[in-house]
Design a protein around this ligand. Structure first.
Ligand SMILES: Nc1nc2c(ncn2[C@@H]2O[C@H](COP(=O)(O)OP(=O)(O)OP(=O)(O)O)[C@@H](O)[C@H]2O)c(=O)[nH]1
Ligand SMILES: [Mg+2]
Length: 300
């Protein structure tokens, strides 16, 4: 069983468990069937807008293909879901001496651990990674990143607790050049999307990287906690307004049945999901793949 299958088992069990009840009887599709399918999609945290879109696509599909019986619905639904998501574009990391990835998100969403996993991932690809401890706010945040740095064998540039994160980031860009590193990833403090001052601080961090490295940051990834489902979408809209987010990392999908929110990220935010978190281990952050994702919701 692949990691997608394993990591998405909770969403699959919930989703397929309910869908199975609808499609197992070989009855004709009627209004009750449509209502049941809609309820399942909402419960899987696809959100109202995305659910409506899928329902329309599914009804069209059923009509065009002349599907009459509920047992044929599964395949059609799978196809409808697949149309909403796609593989992310290649990460924008080549063709320059130093690439910079800025990681943002609300408190506890999984930023620091995702950075560690990404450091591991990119190091394995031969990148020379360095991390900046831009969370100077939360006690022990610097230490947390340093511990991860040791585990994945990547240097961490840090300042003093309570210091200016923009200064740490500036130092990190200089250190990256001095140490001949080609990928800098910046950890930031968790912040509520409603906190104006903290969102301004992110803009300042952005500006510092832009000043130090041409066109930086080259990627800005928003980390969303998958267990918070639709709530994460509201946060995301605010982050998207405040900093130019280029992609999303959805974490903790292994611990939730709300995996449907991934569809809403594509549909309602118009942002690609670059990576998904399917566990706490170093190898449990994987590149998002649309086919595998949809397959994992259905297969058993
Ligand atoms: N099961 C599971 N746990 C995860 C995943 N990603 C992160 N976590 C856990 O979520 C918790 C919070 O992760 P952090 O990386 O510290 O989150 P953060 O966004 O940096 O938090 P703040 O810095 O406080 O804002 C940790 O216990 C992680 O192990 C995941 O994909 N699956
Ligand atoms: Mg953190």
């Amino acid at each position: 069983m692949g990691i997608f299958n394993r990591g998405l088992s909770k969403t699959r069990q919930s989703f397929m468990g309910q869908l199975g009840q609808i499609i197992s009887g070989t009855t004709d599709i009627d209004e009750d069937t449509w209502e049941d399918v809609e309820a399942i999609l909402i419960q899987s945290d696809l959100g109202v807008e995305t659910t409506q879109k899928i329902m329309q696509d599914l009804r069209d599909r059923v009509e065009i293909e002349g599907i009459k019986r509920t047992e044929k619905l599964q395949k059609a639904l799978k196809q409808s879901l697949r149309t909403l998501i796609k593989d992310p574009p290649p990460v924008n990391l080549s063709g320059r001496r130093l690439s910079v990835i800025l990681i943002v998100g609300v408190n506890g969403s999984g930023k620091t651990t995702s950075i560690a996993k990404l450091a591991h991932h990119f190091s394995e690809q031969g990148r020379r990674v360095v991390l900046a401890a831009g969370d100077t706010f939360r006690a022990a945040a610097i230490e947390q990143l340093q511990k991860w740095g040791e585990r994945v064998n990547v240097p961490v540039i840090a300042g003093q607790p309570g210091g200016d994160p923009a200064a740490v980031v500036y130092d990190a860009t200089a250190a990256a050049s001095a140490r001949n590193r080609d990928l800098l990833m910046i950890d930031t403090a968790g912040r509520l999307h409603t906190n104006y001052n903290l969102m301004e601080e992110l803009a300042k961090i952005r500006a510092v990287t832009a000043k130090a490295v041409t066109d930086a940051p080259h990627e800005v990834w928003l980390v969303l906690d998958g267990t918070t489902g639709q709530n994460a979408l509201q946060q995301a809209k605010k982050f998207k307004e405040a900093v130019e987010v280029t992609g999303v990392i959805v974490t903790k999908l292994d611990g939730t049945a709300k995996g449907g929110m991934v569809f809403a990220v594509f549909q309602e935010l118009g942002l690609p999901v670059q990576f998904i978190g399917l566990g706490e281990g170093m190898d449990d952050l994987v590149e998002f793949r649309a086919d595998k994702f949809v397959d994992s919701l259905f297969e058993d």
